[in-house]
Design a protein around this ligand. Structure first.
Ligand code: RTP
Ligand code: MG
Length: 141
């Protein structure tokens, strides 16, 4: 299987719950390495740009408002099959549908405040990683 990189965001609800470390442990114990990380309080323009693919969706304004409601922790994860593996660890978008033991089942409150973001494909991962990290700030080991 290919070694991939994916962009992960721990959203404001999970940062406020003080579970960054618990979520990082899940990544690390499942073979995903944290190879870049930064905490940011996104501006409206940052969040709108990041979620531009969703700009015509009915939930866009609520999503942007939520993502700028507090600091987020943003990281690049690297590992075999990292994109799919991260989304498996995250669980379904709606925490009510998320499988037992997933990050969203354990830490998310609602479909809006759903604890984490993860890239959904190789192409979107590349775009999302470039949005927050210049290559020289990524430390693949
Ligand atoms: P993400 O992008 O955050 O990893 O989540 P996802 O792929 O599971 O979900 P996506 O369809 O890409 O939607 C992005 C985020 O928008 C919010 N959302 N709200 N109210 C709604 O029906 C609705 N649908 C999506 C969620 O916070 C979702 O994570
Ligand atoms: Mg998505």
């Amino acid at each position: 299987m290919a070694v991939e990189r994916t962009l992960s965001i721990i959203k404001p609800d999970a940062v406020a719950k003080n579970v960054i470390g618990e979520i990082y442990s899940r990544f690390e114990s499942n073979g995903l390495k944290i190879i870049a990380a930064r905490m940011l309080h996104l501006s409206q323009a940052d969040a709108e740009g990041f979620y531009a693919v969703h700009r015509n969706r009915p939930f866009f304004n609520d999503l942007v408002k939520f993502m700028i409601s507090g600091p987020v922790m943003i990281q690049v994860l690297e590992g075999e099959d990292a994109i799919r593996k991260n989304r498996e660890l995250m669980g379904a978008t709606d925490p009510k549908q998320a499988g037992k033991g997933t990050i969203r089942a354990d830490f998310a409150d609602s479909i809006d405040a759903n604890a984490v973001h993860g890239s959904d494909a190789v192409e979107t991962a590349a775009v999302e990683i470039a949005y927050y990290f210049p290559e020289f700030n990524i430390y693949s080991r």
